[in-house]
Design a protein around this ligand. Sequence first.
Ligand SMILES: [Zn+2]
Length: 92
Amino acid sequence: MSLAGTIIGIPELQIERIDHQKNLEVWASPARRPLCKHCQHQHLHIKATHQRTVKHTRLGNKVMTLHLRVPKYRCLKCHRYFRHPFLGIRPR
Ligand SMILES: [Zn+2]
């Protein structure tokens, strides 16, 4: 697990930007592509990417806000779509 992943509590995140001014804001995206959640195929095409804001936790008296890029994949084998499954975040 990366240092940032350890702080945030989500493994396999790639940190893109950190803004420290008032509160802590972190922009991140998945560090690696998953397997297809339907058929376990490994060749996926990124169809679109959504940004999702997750107010995650407090570090001392700072609120840390996490901005996650959530890719939507299309499986090249079964042709189904799914969103990146982040470990440590519950689906809405
Ligand atoms: Zn598939």
